[in-house]
Write a protein that binds this ligand. Structure first.
Ligand SMILES: Cc1cc2nc3c(=O)[nH]c(=O)nc-3n(C[C@H](O)[C@H](O)[C@H](O)COP(=O)(O)OP(=O)(O)OC[C@H]3O[C@@H](n4cnc5c(N)ncnc54)[C@H](O)[C@@H]3O)c2cc1C
Ligand SMILES: Cc1cc2nc3c(=O)[nH]c(=O)nc-3n(C[C@H](O)[C@H](O)[C@H](O)COP(=O)(O)O)c2cc1C
Length: 489
């Protein structure tokens, strides 16, 4: 690893040698008997060119070395000239957002950085980097984000010599889950086993905890030598207008589910299918700030509104959930909702020529509906939706739209599982074995699988059914190729 110190010494001496060498050539050309054989005029041109070239090289390298010394003095960061590699693994976009903020903070402090999705990390990249910041979340039940599948299966599966690497881990998680920050901890442990050395202790962020994030920013300040770096500001919330609220499941055995339509204050808002709306709930009787809640966006920008499909949750004492209660009950139609959009790249649309196998249950229809709307808008046809709810008579969300897509060709096939329409419980994952051959065919022909809805029950049931049908290896390969994507909660 080259420290700036060694570089500053090496560069001027190289320039000096070049300068002296060119000067010598010039003198030889000017005065040596070679003139006897060369045209006098061209010899003079060569001499003049050599002098100018050596002068330019000399001044540029001296200037460069001055700049380096100056920035080193300004930041007093011992390894400032080395690229700092920022690797992120994100399931729903938060780790990616923090990686971007980390990147801008370090750049503000004149550090050279390289931002890399974990999907692109190879053993060579690790071996070529001397300082790496990992920003990784945990998803599922203690799992790595889907984008880390290849890294886990191929890179972490083999020993590597990383004793030259200095690293830190920002582990995102939520302590309500049993395997808190499991992937961040596992990654930290693996790096340690490979001989990598800590820049500072792992920072664990419990549900976006501000204190932990300030702690990380403090370390970035120390690392870059700029402790006065400005605080991070999360994208601010905008006031959106609650235009309408429509009950989707009158008479349902389950909690009420509403389609919520929200209008932006300005026309220059943009999002993609798969993105997430974060809302700041309020309580009519409370002034204290409440934590945000996340909802899959069920519409596309061409709808000129963000639509959400929200199930009203209840606490054991009967009081309504903070976010769903605010959206489905307390906020009045026509009132303002504090909302911000979050990009969720791992659930974005991809190649429109690819057929989609969309699988979901309950409010998971939200994310899948946005994809179907995107398909309709881009005239991409022939997709397959498998969806599960409780009773066909009450919980057939978006029935008219789904039938329209089926008629018009956006959907080639629609399979529904209503768990309470018959005696034995039948969920969406139970549809999959019946379609095993067709699923294998579609996947062989390049289809991608998108899953949206409940983590408990549905996501693991679907995952197991897909493993049984396609095999572990194929499913892992699909995950690595971005052809098995999930937005489950
Ligand atoms: C990426 C993402 C996308 C999401 N998309 C949607 C969506 O499109 N539609 C939607 O309705 N929700 C969605 N959610 C869930 C949503 O963010 C909230 O967790 C949900 O609305 C409950 O929050 P609350 O504040 O109303 O309830 P809270 O005040 O947090 O809790 C109220 C009660 O509900 C229970 N509860 C909370 N969450 C769940 C859960 N997931 N399953 C079972 N019980 C629970 C609690 O234990 C408690 O008893 C999504 C979550 C994530 C992370
Ligand atoms: C479906 C789901 C499963 C999660 N599972 C875990 C978990 O097992 N352990 C944990 O610590 N955090 C878990 N979390 C919390 C996330 O790690 C946390 O929200 C993080 O900020 C998400 O970052 P990301 O948007 O970059 O993926 C889970 C979150 C979701 C939505």
């Amino acid at each position: 690893m080259n420290t700036p110190h060694t570089q500053t010494l090496r560069l001027p001496s190289a320039a000096t040698i070049l300068f002296l060498f060119s000067l010598a050539i010039s003198l030889v050309l000017l005065f040596a008997p070679l003139h006897a054989f060369l045209n006098m005029q061209s010899a003079r041109w060569i001499s003049a060119f050599s002098i100018v070239l050596s002068y330019v090289l000399f001044t540029q390298t001296v200037l460069l070395s001055h700049r380096k010394q100056h920035s080193k003095a300004a930041t007093s960061a011992p390894q400032q000239q080395d690229d700092i590699c920022i690797v992120y693994a994100s399931q729903t976009g938060y780790a990616e957002e923090l990686a971007l903020q980390t990147d801008s903070s370090l750049r503000l402090a004149h550090c050279r950085t390289r931002l890399v999705d974990i999907d692109e990390v190879t053993p060579e990249l690790l071996q070529q980097s001397s300082r790496i910041l990992f920003i990784v979340s945990t998803t599922g039940e203690g799992d790595a984000p889907d984008s880390a599948a290849r890294f886990c299966n191929q890179v972490m599966a083999h020993p590597l010599s990383l004793s030259h690497v200095h690293y830190a881990v920002l582990a995102l998680g939520d302590s309500h889950y049993q395997s808190y920050c499991a992937f961040g901890r596992q990654l930290d442990h693996w790096l340690h086993q490979q001989g990598a050395q800590l820049l500072f202790d792992r920072v664990e962020v419990d549900d976006g905890d501000d204190g932990a994030l300030r702690h990380w920013q403090h370390h970035l300040g120390l690392l870059s030598g700029h402790t006065e770096l400005p605080d991070w500001h999360q994208a601010s919330y905008q006031d959106w207008t609650l235009q309408s609220r429509e009950l989707l499941n009158p008479g349902s055995l389950g909690n009420p589910v509403y389609k919520i339509r929200l209008l932006p204050a300005t026309s220059n808002v943009y999002w993609q299918a798969g993105d997430i709306a974060e809302i700041l709930p309020q309580r009519p009787d409370q002034a204290t700030p409440l934590p945000h809640r996340e909802y899959s966006i069920a519409s596309i920008p061409q709808d000129c509104a963000v639509e959400l499909i929200v199930r009203q949750m209840q606490q054991a004492d009967g009081s309504l959930g903070l976010g769903s209660g605010w959206l489905t009950h307390y906020a009045e139609v026509g009132s303002k909702i504090a909302l911000r959009l979050r990009s969720n790249r791992s659930f974005h649309p991809q190649n429109p020529a690819r057929k989609l196998i969309l699988i979901g249950n309950g409010t998971g229809i939200a994310g899948l509906r946005a994809h179907l709307k995107h398909c309709e808008q881009t005239q991409s046809t022939g997709h397959y939706l498998l969806f599960g709810e409780r009773q066909s008579a009450h919980d057939h969300f978006c029935k008219t739209e789904l039938e329209h897509w089926l008629q018009q060709g956006t959907l080639e096939q629609l399979d529904l599982a209503f768990s309470r329409d018959q005696d034995e419980r039948r969920y969406v994952q139970h549809l999959l074995p019946q379609r095993a051959e067709q699923l294998r065919d579609w996947v062989t022909q390049g289809a991608a699988i998108y899953v949206c809805g409940s983590l408990s029950g549905m996501a693991s049931g679907v995952d197991q059914a897909l493993r049984d049908i396609l095999g572990d290896e194929t499913l892992e390969a699909l995950r690595e190729q971005g052809r098995y994507r999930r937005d489950v909660y």
